[in-house]
Design a protein around this ligand. Structure first.
Ligand code: AMP
Ligand code: ZN
Length: 133
């Protein structure tokens, strides 16, 4: 897709530090890592988000993420990692080309993940009704 930076990286028109590549998937280092080794796993074809990507391509990405987690643990001596994927700008998706973040974690690295809240009375039941009907 024109003007998509990740399509340009896939096409070799922009540089990247490639970690892994196959016919459907590319993994490369995030240019501004949350922690060193932070890797982005992208579909080679342009899809904006999870709703758009065909299931076989999503499975291919998931298999790469699984391998990558082990690679990062084995080679970078990390203790764990987060896998996350932002859908749409309200969820902090800055680059509108589907990508998963694999973020190395170290004991005491000080990163926080989510803020948790409590349900109001009846709220969980309302949500379940909406989701199940
Ligand atoms: P998101 O906010 O989920 O869309 O994440 C976009 C990510 O892409 C950010 O973590 C950026 O640091 C990263 N990024 C942007 N441009 C590049 C680039 N040219 N090469 C590698 N990573 C990039
Ligand atoms: Zn793209």
């Amino acid at each position: 897709m024109d003007n998509c930076i990740f399509c340009k990286i896939v096409a070799g028109e922009l540089p990247s530090y490639k970690v892994y590549e196959d016919d459907k998937v590319l993994a490369f280092l995030d240019i501004k890592p949350v922690n060193p080794g932070h890797t982005l796993v992208v579909s080679k074809a342009h899809y904006q988000n999870l709703e758009e990507i065909p299931e076989d391509e999503l499975i291919a990405i998931t298999i790469v993420i699984k391998k990558l987690g082990k690679l990062l643990k084995d080679k970078l001596a990390i203790e764990g990692y987060n896998v996350c994927e932002n859908n749409d700008s309200v969820a902090d998706q800055e680059v509108p080309h589907l990508h998963f973040h694999v973020i190395p974690r170290h004991v005491g690295d000080g990163l926080r993940t989510w803020k948790h809240v409590d349900y109001q009375a009846g709220e969980a039941e309302d949500i379940i009704k909406k989701l199940q009907n």
